[in-house]
Write a protein that binds this ligand. Sequence first.
Ligand code: AMP
Ligand code: MG
Length: 340
Amino acid sequence: MKNKKTGEYYCLGIESTADDFSIGISTFKGEILANIISAYIPEKGGIHPREAARHHAEVASQVLEEAFRKSGLKPRDLLVIAFSQGPGLGPCLRTGATVARALASYLNLPLVGVNHCIAHIEIGKLTKRVKDPVTLYVSGGNTIVSAFDLGRYRVFGETLDIALGNCLDSFAIEAGLRQSHGMPFGAMVEKLARKGKKLIPLPYTVKGMDTSFSGLLTAAVNLLKKGEHKLEDLCYSLQETAFSMVTEVTERALAHTEKKEVLLTGGVAANKRLQSMVEAIAEEHNAKFCVVPSEFAVDNGAMIAWTGVLAYKSGLVTPIEKSFVKLKWRLDEVEVPWVK
Ligand code: AMP
Ligand code: MG
């Protein structure tokens, strides 16, 4: 309901597509009042969906409490509950959806299912004051070049197999790196790559507007196992090759659409080398270049809350019986009536 003191409306958003469980709260004007993120860090190896889901269930009430504390709001101040309905890992999505349904039923509030990829774009537009960008969204689970056209965000290019972040993470795991002090694998690869000097030839795969990273990963891991190259040089070469691929596709989307803004988002957007490559092509096309602040570039609840606001204001709600999770929900399947 409307807050009597502030005259504002609030939406709470729940994110749980993969390794992060997060709850954010946004006003209807786009002020982010809370964005609490709890990341699941596996003891060894990559993300196990059921283990990640167990983490989400364990931390949910604590994250929720923290979000209310940070925002200074009470559950009764909310007007809408939004949640990441897909795409993502089944057990993780279902945990977030269960929390969302429980809250909506208990508080008797409308529920809004949000497409996770669209939320990444919308939070970038909000926080960087961007209107109509070509977006390069690169994370642990997604690699998408997209831009708005005729009522929807269209996919101009995407990965045909694994995501860019997954490629970096898998290489780091093979190289025996261990996640410590919350430093993501991609950031470790970046740190090592800075000391690399030799560019080792690796498979560069762009098919039409799509990219493929699995051959690149296999080749890099094979070279790693041979032990003939320095790890720093392999990290450097892996980054140069993979980042050039996504930058090439982004540049072609920019040339084709003639948009005047480029937005870089997703966990991999934190990478300085990738930022400089994408910035260079933006400059060449006289487009403004923006990177989403890291708190909102990784998976986060604030982006779900804000996209929930946009959808709800356009009259979109998700009845409980239609709130099942959609593991492979593409962003180009979604009408976005709030974008003109
Ligand atoms: P997300 O899926 O959006 O939560 O982002 C997580 C992904 O971002 C993982 O694949 C991380 O390894 C990657 N990542 C985080 N920081 C960096 C960095 N500095 N360079 C490259 N990748 C990164
Ligand atoms: Mg994540």
